[in-house]
Ligand binder design. Sequence first.
Ligand SMILES: [Zn+2]
Ligand SMILES: [Zn+2]
Length: 406
Amino acid sequence: MFMGSELVGLEDIKARVRDAVDEQRARLREISGFLYENPELGSEELKAVELLISELGRHSFKVERDILGMPTAFCATFRGKGSGLRVAVIAEYDALPGVGHGCGHNLIAASAIGAGVAASKVMDNLDGEVLVVGTPAEEGHGPSGGAKVIMAERGFWDDINAAIMLHPSSSWGVGSRSLGISMVKMEFEGQTSHAAVNPQEGINALNAATLAFMATHMLRQEARRDANLVIHGIISEGGLATNVIPDRAVCDFGVRSSDDAYLDEMVDKVARCAEGAALAMGAKVKVTKKKLYSGKNINEPLVEVLWNNYHSQGVEMKPWEESINGMPMASTDFGDVSQKIPAAGSYISIAEPGTPGHSKQMADATMTERGQEAMIIGTKALAMTLVELLAEPEKLRKAKEFFDTH
Ligand SMILES: [Zn+2]
Ligand SMILES: [Zn+2]
């Protein structure tokens, strides 16, 4: 509850955190620039974490590192004047092979630090806690891959009341959906033989894999059109020599949908394609299914608060009502956070529309004037949202109510 004597209302508190973000402009450029110059793959983000936690420590956050046995995960907390609700801003800082910060996670890290630190400057007026949570390996690399899922499975999010974040993009938006994703691996086993001399003695594992591919393609005909089904796959192993009938072939599929229950159903059907193909060819098959990320559970009240804090800065963006009904494109482990607690994500426009994600161009865009300015606007929106939720806890109650009923 807001009880301050110096700051008299939410608008004053918001103005103060916006100033506190402006005061950090040079530092946030340095932080995002250091990560840009020193890209580290997921689970290996040691330099990034060292920099981020030292910055939070310098601003009197209580920092826990190595959380849940993940060396590059951290949780930094700043307590207000009394006990109350706990709101989190999420940092990502992993890079991609070949294209460095081609997903712009250097800006996600800087914005989370900037928003957390700015919010901390008004916490002597507010009850509750602000958290900056460091989540490694969003791109899925290494043992901490998809850390937010590991954290969700281990109950990390359960005593946090809301989580927010931003992600660089080529357009602005708050509340867009994401797709759940599962992987299906098919390992076919057959029998080698000379492809010309005695093919009758062979069992062609590659033919079984090819048939499984065809059957999977045919599933699309019956796909539920409202569930945004995407199936994409490769043949990862398909034989060693043309004159040897292959006894081993492997397919890897990604299956995505905006409906998590339907996703499980389709994964079973894709697995059935492998079994049918193996049966037809007389091969054996081992199918391994693995759920990666859940789709986002959209929390409308929280999305509205975050959207308003962009809109009030003059950002021209789609109404949030349009975003939450838009086509979900990508998948993120933030989806798993949103399945546990009220959560809202936002996109900041750092490059011209059409700039490919996961590219060197996107990495370079993070350090342009436009990219940096977008990061500052996003950081202000995140900071204002953190303090708004603590100053007016009924908004968080509404978010929780919506979460419980949707
Ligand atoms: Zn990415
Ligand atoms: Zn990303």
